[in-house]
Design a protein around this ligand. Structure first.
Ligand SMILES: [Zn+2]
Length: 198
C-alpha cells in the first residue's frame, strides 16, 4: 500500500491523456527512484512552464513568449496562415517543418453535440487577421472528422468575400484522422497536395 502522497500524485498523473491509473503508478515509481535527477528535472520544467507559459495574442499558440516564437520569427511568411483546431496540431505541423507561414489556433471545432458554437472559437480573430490585409492564402488544416470538415466549410464561407486563396489539406488523410497522430510523410503529402475549398 503506497503512502497517501504517492497515491495523490499517481491519481493526478492518471488524468493526463494517454495515461491510466496503472501507467501513472509506474511513472510515479520511476520518478521516485530518480528523485535527485529526473524528478528534479520534471519539477523544474513544470514550474517554468507554469510561471512562463502564455497564449500568443496573434495565433493562439502556447509559448514562453508573447507573440510566440513563430509569430515573432521574421523568416516566417505572414502571407500564409495555416488554421488548426488545437495547439497540438500546430506543433505536429511545425515539428515536421513543412510549413513556413504562420498559424491560427481555433481552440477546438464546431460541434452541435458538445455545444461548441462559432463564438466559442477564435474565428472572428482569424477573419480579423485576414481583413487586416497582407494575407494571400489561408490553409484550412482541420482534422478529417465530420466536425473538422464542418468547421472548415464554415470558415471558408466567412472568408469568401476577402481576396484570399482558401485551401484545404488534401484528401488521403485517414477519415477520423487527427493531425497530431499522423506521421510526417502523410502530413507532408496532405499539405503539398492541398487544394482549393469549394
Ligand atoms: Zn503566435
Amino acid at each position: 500500500m503506497a503512502s497517501q502522497e504517492i497515491e495523490t500524485l499517481a491519481s493526478a498523473l492518471a488524468k493526463l491523456p494517454g495515461l491510466g491509473p496503472r501507467s501513472a503508478r509506474r511513472a510515479v515509481l520511476w520518478l521516485v527512484k530518480r528523485r535527485e535527477t529526473s524528478l528534479l528535472q520534471v519539477l523544474e520544467a513544470l514550474t517554468t512552464v507554469r510561471d512562463r507559459l502564455a497564449e500568443c495574442d496573434i495565433c493562439g499558440n502556447v509559448d514562453t513568449q508573447n507573440p510566440c516564437g513563430i509569430c515573432a520569427d521574421p523568416r516566417r511568411d505572414v502571407k500564409q496562415i495555416c488554421v488548426v483546431e488545437d495547439v497540438a496540431d500546430l506543433w505536429a505541423l511545425d515539428r515536421a517543418k513543412l510549413f513556413s507561414g504562420t498559424y491560427h489556433v481555433l481552440g477546438g471545432r464546431l460541434s452541435a453535440l458538445d455545444g461548441v458554437r462559432p463564438e466559442d472559437l477564435t474565428i472572428d480573430a482569424l477573419v480579423g487577421r485576414v481583413a487586416a490585409g497582407g494575407v494571400d492564402e489561408v490553409v484550412l488544416a482541420m482534422n478529417a472528422t465530420l466536425e473538422g470538415q464542418t468547421t472548415a466549410h464554415y470558415i471558408a464561407e466567412k472568408l469568401e468575400n476577402y481576396p484570399v486563396r482558401i485551401t484545404q489539406l488534401a484528401h488521403g488523410l485517414p477519415v477520423g484522422g487527427e493531425l497530431d497522430y499522423l506521421d510526417e510523410g502523410t502530413l507532408a503529402q496532405a499539405l503539398r497536395a492541398r487544394r482549393p475549398v469549394g
